[in-house]
Design a protein around this ligand. Structure first.
Ligand SMILES: [Zn+2]
Length: 662
């Protein structure tokens, strides 16, 4: 860990100064994706992210750009994802779209500082007319635009809005979504403070905290330990005198939880409380215990829904948890459990709910997802019959607009700057960096196909000899990790640490980092197993039959039906899982997150488990393991386990039976 939190507790909010962050993203555009990651972002640009403003009225005709369609969160959501995408790819077409949106929003800022459309005058004295929530999203988008362009109009506009917000919050304290999601507002206010040093911003941030929901109430004992069904939500409403958006309802809402998890890191900058990193990890552990899924996510369909692997997880919750983890890592430096979870969610859950061409997505994904269809008989709490099909807008359009931030924000933080003018690698997806360190131009080229391959090559070139520390995160699963510098003897580097190379760099040097990953099994409900290797979660791949049900190309709606039986028990020796799993590698291509393109595969033996069937339109909970011989049917067959994100029909919590030879 670098940037240790201070040892002296300081619980009181201080408006005097803000603690510096342990890491700082490179200015947007200095890091560019390469290899498979570049193809992934290019698929976004060529797919829904890069065209949503042409095909979807809620963005195309958004009231945020003077149209007559939705003027709330959808336009800002899209802008928050497409802005970093445009600059990471240096894509002129996307850049023009972003410029147009930013210019319209800035040019139409009201005289009193309000940003964006105002609801009609007949609603003037309602909360909705003063709802800060969508403006929280637009601030995040605008600040990324500033990080890429240095456009000072952004800072001026954001300050003017923040000034009006001070008065507004006195009259209309945060409510509803804004009350749950206040940490995102404070994150933006802190960015503005870093840019301007205007101390009143910290007082405003403290007002938002006092008006906001206290997510730390979760940390000591999570009050929501079971699935929150409709009946419970109605109880909450009754307890709150009929108020639907009451605190219990909002605090069990999966997307709010994912966003609220950034609160400890955001508030640490202002309070300095050394307990906050511990509290965040405790919060995550409690969510794992009661609602955790194999992908590193928690269930949210759309409220916390327990550990059943067929409960859904909303796509917005995935991208919001990623951003919360990124903020935490940025704030505190590398805390390995958070970095490990960031990779697990980014390399599994993120691609897991989207078609490989990036045109269609699901509202909710499932860890055990054996059919994606429209069905009235469903397991979800309050998501509709179409929540797990693939399309433009299944169930509800928030994810349609919001999901695009996932890859670009993750990619932009693969490598970050450290306070001592160094560079730190958080994850090793291929990328190129062209930056300046201590006045010297530095180029870094990261090749290899991590996380699909175990070896990463880092070429570092400097124009003139320059001393600076280069730090490499060594994941805690990489027990036999080795580092070779310029063809020298490989040196052992310790798993779960940040390895530092503090030296004078000259010319071009090549570092080869080997991160060998063993197969591990994680025991889950009823002793079923999920299989992991490095940051990848593996799922039994089920043959997919795609059936067009609606929509027009290219944003068609699809059901996905199993083309083969999915109800198998793995033949496994849990004490030595690798013994029964054969690893196959293929060249990494443009679409590693597709069944055909999966560059790493595990072959396993399995037997049919006929009693395991569908229930409420989804795979029933896996029967208890180890499965007895009498429950099994037929001969042992070969099945393939593919990366979770490479398959849309999958079983990632698997029942198992003892291997015959074990
Ligand atoms: Zn959503």
């Amino acid at each position: 860990m670098i940037a240790k939190p201070p040892q002296t507790p300081d619980h009181a909010a201080t408006a005097a100064d803000l603690r510096p962050t342990g890491l700082r993203p490179l200015p947007l555009g200095q890091l560019r994706p390469a290899g498979w990651l570049a193809h992934q972002l290019r698929a976004q640009a060529d797919g829904m992210a890069g065209h949503l403003d042409e095909v979807w009225p809620d963005v195309a005709e958004s009231a945020w750009i003077g149209g007559s369609a939705e003027g709330w969160e959808r336009g800002p959501y899209w802008l928050d994802g497409v802005t970093p995408l445009a600059f990471l790819l240096d894509d002129a077409r996307l850049r023009a779209k972003v410029d147009r949106w930013v210019a319209y929003i800035l040019d139409h800022q009201a005289d009193d500082g309000w940003l964006g459309p105002r609801p009609t005058s007949d609603r003037e004295e309602t909360y909705a007319a003063h709802d800060v929530w969508p403006r929280m999203v637009v601030l995040k988008a605008l600040l990324q635009y500033h990080a890429a362009t240095g456009d000072e109009r952004v800072v001026k506009a954001a300050l003017r809005f923040a000034r009006t917000l001070g008065d507004l919050l006195d009259r209309w304290p945060l409510r509803e979504w804004a009350r749950s999601r206040w940490a995102d507002l404070v994150w933006s206010l802190h960015q503005l403070y870093d840019l301007t040093g205007e101390s009143w911003l910290l007082e405003l941030a403290d007002t938002a905290r006092r008006q906001g929901y206290d997510w730390l109430a979760y940390a000591d004992e999570l009050p929501y330990t079971e699935k929150v069904p409709d009946a419970t939500l109605r109880d909450y409403q009754r307890q709150a005198d009929g108020l639907w958006m009451n605190d219990h309802m909002m605090a069990t809402h999966g997307v709010n939880v994912a966003m609220g998890l950034k609160m400890p890191a955001v508030w640490w900058r202002q309070s300095g409380d050394p307990q906050l990193p511990v509290l965040l990890q405790r919060l995550l552990a409690q969510l794992d215990t009661h609602h955790g899924q194999a992908s590193g996510m928690f269930s949210a369909d759309e409220h916390l829904a327990g550990r059943h692997p067929s409960q859904g997880t909303e796509t917005c919750a995935v991208v919001e948890l990623l951003f919360s983890l990124e903020v935490a890592l940025e704030t505190w430096g590398v805390l390995e459990p958070l970095a490990d979870r960031l990779e697990r969610v980014a390399y599994n859950a993120l691609p897991g709910s989207v078609t490989p061409d990036e045109w269609a997505h699901q509202y909710v994904q499932q860890a055990n997802q054996v059919v994606c269809h429209v069905t009235e008989d469903r397991l979800y709490t309050n998501n509709g019959p179409d929540a797990n099909i693939f399309g433009l807008e299944p169930h509800f359009g928030c994810c349609t607009a919001n999901r695009h931030q996932g890859w670009p924000k993750f990619a932009a933080r693969l490598w970050m700057a450290t306070p001592d003018d160094g560079l730190l690698a958080l994850s090793y997806a291929p990328c190129r960096i062209d930056t300046t360190v201590r006045g010297s131009r530095i180029r870094v080229d990261v090749s290899g196909s991590y996380p699909f391959a175990d070896e990463v090559t880092i070429r570092l070139g400097v124009d003139e000899p320059t001393a600076f520390p280069l730090r490499l995160r060594i994941p805690d699963w990489a027990e036999d990790a080795e580092l070779t510098v310029d063809g020298g003897a490989p040196a052992r580097v310790d798993a779960g640490t940040v390895h530092e190379l503090d030296r004078t760099w000259a010319g071009e040097q090549t570092l080869v980092l080997r991160l060998p990953a063993g197969v591990r099994v994680e025991h889950r409900q009823q002793d079923s197993v999920s299989v992991r290797r490095g940051p990848l979660v593996f799922a039994r791949a089920v043959g997919e039959s795609w059936q067009r049900i609606d929509g027009v190309d290219p944003h068609t709606s699809w059901e996905v039906h199993p083309a083969e039986p999915w109800n198998h028990a793995l033949e496994l020796d849990p004490a030595a899982p690798e013994a029964g799993l054969d690893l196959e590698r293929r060249e990494v291509g443009e679409r590693p997150f597709s069944p055909e393109g999966a560059p790493i595969r595990l072959r396993a033996r399995a037997r049919r488990l006929p009693a395991w069937m569908l229930r409420h339109g989804a795979a029933d909970a896996p029967p208890p393991s180890p499965v007895a011989e009498v429950e099994l049917d037929g001969e042992s067959e070969q099945v393939e386990l593919l990366p979770y994100g490479s398959v849309r029909l999958r079983v990632s919590e698997l029942p198992w039976a003892p291997r015959p030879s074990a």
